[in-house]
Write a protein that binds this ligand. Structure first.
Ligand SMILES: [Zn+2]
Length: 241
């Protein structure tokens, strides 16, 4: 199991670690600040160096608890080496801003249009989320949602991370109006949930990376939307600036 530094602190961009496994196209470390692709958020990129050789990490994935830092060139770092990792911070910080924006957008649509989020993809400049039931989304609604979400973001709400025991988290999230039926399906072996709260506006169970305050997001712009079947609509959004 790789210890995930981002779970407690989303702003770690450099760290020291030890190599614990070397595969054909990846290295695994005892702990890492690289975010492994998951929960809709894309994996981190960056560099890992042992002082002599620097590996360019093109993506990060998780394979049963082990975080794999993927490389495209042969790996000239050996198992057991002490290394220094540094994230491609532009990529990661954009992912954080997009992810917090998506939570606010999802909550806004839930509260105002009674739709739930059924999928998402957080990737700088390609972010989107799927909502259901949402058959139509005309220009007037687009403008309204954009203005409503941006008004919430402009309130400079603090984003906090809490760790809660499984039952307490489910009860708490339920009470706050969060859709908890997927959480009930999480294997019982998961005893603790990570809960992200955005001021008093939103709560969600999420392992992704977020900014500390909505002022860091700025404002969103809603792009195209399309019907993806079964009453679901995909909404693309970007960040202004
Ligand atoms: Zn999330």
């Amino acid at each position: 199991m790789t210890e995930l530094l981002h779970m407690k602190d989303n702003y770690i961009r450099e760290f020291d670690a030890k190599v614990v496994a070397v595969g054909d196209c990846y290295v695994a470390l005892d702990h890492t600040a690289f975010y492994p692709e998951g929960g809709g958020q894309s994996g981190d990129r960056g560099m890992i160096s042992d002082g002599t050789t620097t590996l360019t990490i093109v993506n990060t994935k998780k394979d049963s608890g082990e975080v794999q830092h993927l490389v495209e060139a042969p790996i000239a770092i050996s198992n057991g080496a002490d290394v220094h990792g540094s994230l491609d911070w532009n990529w990661r910080y954009e992912s954080m801003r997009f992810h917090t924006a998506q939570h606010v957008l999802s909550r806004y649509l839930q509260l105002n249009y009674q739709v739930i989020t059924v999928g998402n993809m957080i990737k700088p400049d390609k972010s989107r989320a799927d909502y259901s039931p949402l058959e139509s989304f005309d220009d007037e609604m687009k403008r309204k949602v954009e203005a409503g979400v941006n008004e919430i973001l402009a309130k400079n709400l603090d984003v906090s991370i809490k760790f809660m025991q499984r039952r307490d988290a489910i009860d708490y999230l339920n009470e706050k109006g969060y859709q908890t039926r997927y959480l009930e399906m999480v294997p019982k072996s998961v005893k603790e949930f990570r809960v992200i709260a955005i001021g008093n506006y939103d709560v969600a169970s999420c392992a992704g990376t977020h900014v500390k305050n909505t002022r860091e997001v700025g404002a969103i712009k809603i792009g195209k939307t399309k019907n993806v079947g079964a009453g679901k609509r995909r909404i693309y959004f970007s960040l202004v600036n």
